[in-house]
Write a protein that binds this ligand. Sequence first.
Ligand code: MG
Length: 371
Amino acid sequence: MRISRITVWQLDLPLSEPYFLSGGRLRFDRLDSTIVRIDTDDGLSGWGEACPWGHTYLPAHGPGVRAGLNILAPAVIGLDPRSLDHLNAVMDVTLPGHGYVKSAIDMACWDIYGKAADMPLWQCLGGAMATPVAINSSISTGTPEEMLALIRKASADGYKVHSAKIGGTDIALDIARIDAISSALPADESVTFDVNRAWQPAAAVQVLNAVASRDWVEQPCETLDQCAHVADRVPQPIMLDECMLGFQDHIDAWKRNACNGVKVKPNRLGGLTRARQVRDFGVSVGWQMHVEDVGGSALADTAAIHLAASTPDANRLASWLCHYHLAIDPTAGQGARNTDGFATPPSIPGLGVTPDPDIIGDPVATYETSV
Ligand code: MG
């Protein structure tokens, strides 16, 4: 089986409401998604999506996905999409770095791999069953009252796990946010306070030693060094996210005892193949993980939920669904959706999601085997 054609679509994904991170420092109104279909010479096709969260969140941006595909697509045409490690090695030689570009190709090849094997992705990735995965809400930064209102709305939608976005220059306000949310949560709900790099190390140590909460705190500062400094000086378990760009970062974090868990995001790490490697490392060292993607429609969400569902219960905390925040749905009714706070991956062969051609429109690029 050989890759014979790669077709690329650009899709604007407007958010239902503006979204604020990092104490309001970062605002998001729409996402720029790239959807890819890979066709093979024996008739199987696979779908992938790469959707950075805007261009200010990570060193990744929507137009960069299409520019990178222009380099990578010709290099992978003619390869067997089921030889995923080889395919990733070819991509790494062709374009070092730029994992967020590679994730779309890698995801589409996993879809083909599952269809060829006649197995759903959760099984291809090592899972025993289509485990329902706990879903966490994502609570935009605001005043304590605004954030509590969003948490109550999410609770009504079935969410029992919340990710509350905090962090800013006003230390007293962050202490107030943490204290208000922690004390108001019902006993059967939990929260992670996601700082999204907003604190300087001294502020992180000050805030986290002033609050009563012993909930998870995520990415308190910009760099791994700064987060390791904080982890050594606060009582809360630390989750790392944005500073983890490659496998080496995970080894470094583990050696330095800088965290108790990580966010495993295929688009940040370079695709499902790289995300699976990180997941397996995390299981080996006893980390607890959130497996979810950086952004995108239910296509990208579902790929991540397959990986989450194949992760041992003891190592899996919860997953976030980006499509919950979008005003459009190019894969209506398909894939992993929130049902009473849980999402279950499809059990049909492959990824189990096919975008609606009427919504994704005309492709922006097509790459084909030259005859
Ligand atoms: Mg985060």
